[in-house]
Design a protein around this ligand. Structure first.
Ligand code: WT7
Length: 564
């Protein structure tokens, strides 16, 4: 691997074809992410190098070399094909962070199908909505999630295949996929995918409607490879840890594709948050590069420095963060705890790769997201004219000039919804920021009603739809409420139908319904029963007012409201 050039050098010289050339890619040539993350690494002579060092919460562990990943993803691809899954089908991965998830992800891509990773903590409704929208043909799951899959399948006639990776009492129409037990497929010819062939379908929330499927293509590799290499500063001997779940884009772009296309060893911990276990994991695995998130860092801060001092974490060399605003305090704490800066990075499901970054070697300004990645043209636009703002400190809309390799090609079934986000050649991210006189970006907030809880976006519409299914709920509005650890949590305002009275029991009951239907993330932490919701004259609920109230902000212009 060549040494990383400085930000200033790259800013001058870099263009995307240069990154493609590093991968030996030629325009129009076959391009398959599965192949680039395993076969190519073996061809470079790293077949015996560890690709995946996996541990779970029970202390079980398994290690896979790049050759294991190559052969087992071949095996996975062959198995799906033999069963009748074909190129272009949507194959959902509904798994905890087990090795089959990471290896199977590459297998699905190798056979030319579209991989749809879903967070395994999703409840019945969240799962069903996304499988229905994508007309998913196959799902790969494990025993503990089979109940949810069976219930979803009752109303999904197109979901033909259910594959189960561990032992379970299977019913008719369910098939065991025992990756370790299948005959190993040493040689496999990938489907002839090219740069524009659909690869990953990630569901993400917006303000209106149900979550949308962000459609990535195989060409995303170019961006993910080079940003992982330069921004995460990945080097030959690194042991890298990304603690995001592949149900979310960080867990695929930088939890599978980025590190493996660079031939870097990654360690995975299939366990929830626990400060002591996390530090022990870093020490035991000798993690050198760690990609984390502000909520995790704030949780570690709460546990204090004494705990950090009990471990030898001198292996750590580079730290980065993504998902929500990384407050200056967290950066300063990181310096004390690890002697290193957390490098904030900003991006989205739709961008596929980091777009605003604290590049290694560049001065970190605590609280800032850094500067546009070389090759990315970014700006902050005037909210009315959509022209770039020119004065330092002016707040506007974060926008990225169209055309970087990992930009999504649309929302599944909803190209119109995506095209609306593009104005005058700028992709509008939906966030507000300002740029200081030295070109550093400072995040201000989202420009819509989407709630960012612990780095996970949840859409108000999905929550409100689920709330309405409760017999007591007449109308509802889900908004963000500030939270010291998760930055935001969900709060629901609810009006009740005649005959129902507000009570603590009812509040708990409704909360639980949402947790079960959607997920713990989407569950309101508080429900406020009110007599009427603020609406516009045309009857649209105005969440902005409720949100402003929660954040103690000025309410703004309410002149068009009905019941003010
Ligand atoms: C939204 C995208 C991309 C990985 C994880 C989330 C917020 C993301 C930052 C940051 C402030 C951030 C934005 C963005 N966000 N990174 N460094 N500082 N906010 O992907 O689920 O598509 O969410 O997360 O609001 O639009 P996502």
């Amino acid at each position: 691997m060549t040494a990383r050039p400085t930000y200033e050098q790259l800013k001058k010289d870099f263009d995307w074809p240069r990154a493609a050339a590093e991968l030996g890619l030629e325009p129009g040539a076959p391009l398959n992410i599965g192949w680039f993350c395993s076969d190519r690494i073996c061809d470079l002579g790293k077949q015996d190098k560890d690709a995946l060092r996996w541990e779970d919460f029970r202390g079980e562990s398994r290690t896979y070399t790049f050759d294991d990943v190559r052969v087992l993803s071949n095996t996975f691809a062959t198995f799906l094909q033999d069963q009748g899954v074909t190129a272009g089908d949507r194959v959902c991965m509904f798994l905890d962070r087990v090795p089959e998830l990471y290896i199977g992800f590459l297998g699905v891509l190798k056979m030319g199908a579209i991989v749809q990773p879903l967070f395994s903590a999703f409840g019945d409704d969240s799962l069903w909505t996304r499988l229905d929208d994508a007309s998913t043909r196959a799902i790969v799951t494990q025993k503990k999630h089979l109940g949810k899959v069976r219930r979803a399948r009752e109303n999904l006639p197109g979901l033909e295949f259910v594959f189960v990776v561990d032992e379970a009492n299977l019913r008719e129409g369910e098939i065991r996929l025992d990756l370790a037990g299948l005959p190993r497929v040493e040689e496999y010819t990938c489907h002839p995918t090219t740069a524009e062939t659909p690869s990953v379908l990630h569901y993400t929330s917006g303000t209106t409607g149900q979550p949308k499927g962000a459609q990535h293509v195989h060409n995303s590799l170019v961006s993910q490879y080079i940003t992982a290499k330069w921004v995460l500063d990945l080097k030959e001997d690194d042991v890298y840890w990304c603690n995001a779940d592949p149900g979310w884009v960080t867990g695929t772009s930088y939890g599978i594709i980025g590190p493996w296309s660079n031939g870097v060893t990654q360690a995975i911990l299939d366990a929830g948050f626990n400060a002591e276990k996390w530090y022990a994991f870093i020490e035991r695995q000798g993690i050198t590069v760690w990609y984390s998130a502000p909520t995790a860092i704030r949780l570690l801060m709460k546990e204090g420095l004494d705990l950090v001092r009990r471990f030898d974490l001198s292996c750590l060399r580079h730290l980065a963060s993504v998902g929500e605003p990384l407050n200056a305090e967290a950066v300063l704490w990181g310096r004390e705890a690890f002697g290193l800066d957390f490098h904030d990075t900003y991006w989205q499901t739709e961008t596929g790769c980091m777009v605003i970054t604290n590049f290694p070697g560049m001065e970190v300004r605590p609280g800032s997201m850094g500067k546009p990645f070389p090759g990315i043209t970014a700006a902050v636009l005037d909210t009315r004219t959509f022209e770039p703002l020119t004065q330092p400190g002016q707040v506007g809309l974060i926008a990225i000039r169209e055309g970087w390799p990992s930009q999504i090609r649309g929302y599944w079934n909803n190209l119109e919804g995506y095209r609306k986000k593009i104005v005058n050649g700028w992709y509008i991210c939906g966030d507000r920021a300002s740029i200081d006189r030295d070109g550093y970006y400072w995040f201000c907030g989202r420009d819509d009603d989407v709630i960012n809880t612990g780095g996970h976006l949840v859409g108000p519409f999905e929550i409100e739809s689920a709330l309405l299914e409760h017999p007591a709920v007449a109308e509802s509005a889900a908004v963000a409420k500030p939270d010291p650890v998760n930055m935001e949590v969900v709060k629901a305002f609810v009006t009740l139908k005649a005959g129902f009275e507000p009570s603590k029991d009812l509040e708990l009951e409704i909360m639980n319904v949402i947790r079960k239907k959607l997920s713990g993330l989407a569950m309101p932490q508080e429900i406020e029963f009110i007599a009427a919701l603020p609406k516009t004259r045309s009857g649209k609920i105005v969440r902005r007012i409720l949100r402003a109230q929660e954040f103690g902000e000025p309410i703004g212009d309410v002149s068009s409201l009905m019941n003010d």
